[in-house]
Write a protein that binds this ligand. Structure first.
Ligand SMILES: *Cc1c(COP(=O)(O)O)cnc(C)c1O
Length: 462
């Protein structure tokens, strides 16, 4: 099975290459050249079995069946729940899919644990070493640290804005104790961290010299691994039951994985509400076909403070009839002028995909955290609350509603306390983190210094 770029000017590559490369050389995102058809999950199939079947299909000839099974077994052994992504009921015909049982208590672990195992296996066999860099405002860095800690063939560089990530989020990044995880606290904000990473990738000579790789939300492996829990939810609710998914969304990787699951025959139908916070570019895209550059504003759900959602490009490619030229032209225009209107030929099909959106403001998010606690006794994180608030506004439906819970309440204790007056302590399995020393290095917002540091590690390991 081959992967093609959404901008149509890169050579097709196999699964492993698509996952190690991240962004295609023409600036596009990788998607399968056609959607494979995969048998839906059965109610009595284990998560590992479902994951193995699905990821094996996406891997094609690039990995053996046994390899994929081993990756899934090792990736999901770190989860505290044997169902990996269990469903709990939170209202009549309404369920929460808990995606926060991984090592850093957020849904990004589901994909990142798989990626960590994949890199380790493939690079180990090739005798190759890579430098993985990521910029984080919180959750991605922790999930990457947990996934790559101790990996023999990877040096991980996490750039976070100094004193601008929450204490709990920093704890997950900085306490792995692994010598291959390098935490850089940059004197700047998240955008500075992101532009440092972008500049590193843009410097092709440097990227080649240190074998640079990225695992941000455009990496195909993240989408592939996230399709599994949609399939598992369908099996748990009932193979033929219609489901309406509600997904707290930022870069739309999670929501797009639901679409992929449907295209591959893993769902009985497709209806998905992208729940967004006050950063509502995604809603504008879906409703008005308008792509507009806007400064992201800070909200109680920081992992969703995104201006233009990167994974929208994959959906755009589909509704444009897989015409890479149309995608390229629209993104070129967006880059030059800061806005672009999707062509008419695309807006029609976009309205028929099954996607819709709901925008929840900051006040309603905090109010929802209180309401949810009153109704169920449970604390939820502010991202999940954007989802449950969106669900409360939906019209009644025959379909069963499944809301994705994207992080544990304990990951955002300050917001939980503000909204509900309750403490949200870390679960027991994480409580030893606090006793471990945090290791990070404060660095200037200086591209050359950071590059030299990465070069230095590469030479020391070679
Ligand atoms: C990353 C993240 C999201 C957004 O997911 P996308 O795939 O970017 O849409 C939502 N909630 C939490 C807690 C996250 O960490």
């Amino acid at each position: 099975m081959k992967y093609v770029s959404t901008r149509g000017h890169s050579e097709p590559v196999d699964f492993v290459e698509a996952c190690l490369t991240g962004l295609a050389p023409d600036g596009g995102l990788y998607v399968p050249e056609s959607w494979p058809q995969i048998a839906p999950a059965k109610p009595n199939e284990s998560y590992i079995d479902v994951a193995t079947r699905i990821l094996n299909t996406f891997a094609g000839d690039a990995l053996s069946d046994e390899d994929v099974r081993g990756l899934c077994e090792r990736a999901y052994a770190s989860f505290s729940h044997h169902s990996v992504t269990p469903l709990t009921q939170c209202g009549p015909n309404t369920f929460m899919m808990e995606l926060h049982h991984g090592p850093t208590l957020a849904f990004k672990d589901v994909a990142m644990q798989f990626i960590g195992q994949l890199y380790d296996l493939v690079l180990g066999r090739r005798g190759q070493r890579m430098s993985v860099v990521c910029a984080t405002s919180g959750d991605t860095g922790g999930a990457a640290a947990a996934a790559f800690a101790g990996a023999a063939s990877v040096d991980l560089y996490i750039l976070h804005p100094h004193e601008r990530v929450s204490p709990v989020q920093r704890l997950f990044m900085t306490t792995t104790g692994a010598s291959n995880v390098h935490n850089l606290a940059v004197d700047g904000d998240f955008d500075d961290c992101q532009s440092l990473v972008k500049s590193m990738f843009a410097d092709k000579a440097f990227a080649a010299e240190v074998s640079l790789s990225g695992v941000n939300s455009i990496n195909w492996a993240r989408i592939a691994a996230q399709t599994v829990y949609y399939a598992a939810a369908q099996a748990a609710i009932g193979p033929d039951r219609p489901i309406r998914f509600v997904v707290p969304s930022g870069n739309m990787g999670d929501a797009f994985a639901g679409y992929v699951a449907a295209r591959c025959g893993l769902l009985s139908g497709f209806e998905l509400v992208c729940a967004v916070n006050e950063n509502k570019t995604l809603a504008t895209l879906l409703n008005d076909g308008l792509m507009q550059r806007e400064q992201a504003v800070a909200t109680p759900s920081p992992a969703m403070d995104i201006s233009v959602p990167s994974n929208f490009e994959r959906l755009f490619f589909e509704v444009a009839g897989r015409d890479g030229e149309t995608v390229r032209r629209t993104y070129d225009q967006y880059r030059q002028s800061g806005s672009a209107i999707l062509p008419d030929s695309v807006r029609g099909p976009l309205g028929c995909t099954g996607f819709s959106s709901a925008v929840i403001n900051n006040g309603d998010t905090l109010a929802e955290m209180r309401t949810f606690k009153q109704l169920t006794g449970a604390l939820i994180c502010p991202h999940t609350a954007v989802g449950t608030a969106a669900e409360r506004r939906l019209p009644p439906s025959e379909a069963t509603t499944v809301i994705l819970s994207t992080a544990h309440a304990a990951k955002f204790p300050e917001t939980v306390l503000e909204a509900t007056g309750d403490d949200a302590p870390l679960p027991k399995r994480c409580s030893e983190l606090k006793a471990r020393g945090e290791v990070y290095e404060r660095v200037a917002n200086d591209l050359k210094l950071i590059k030299d540091q990465i070069r230095g590690h590469m030479t020391a390991e070679a």
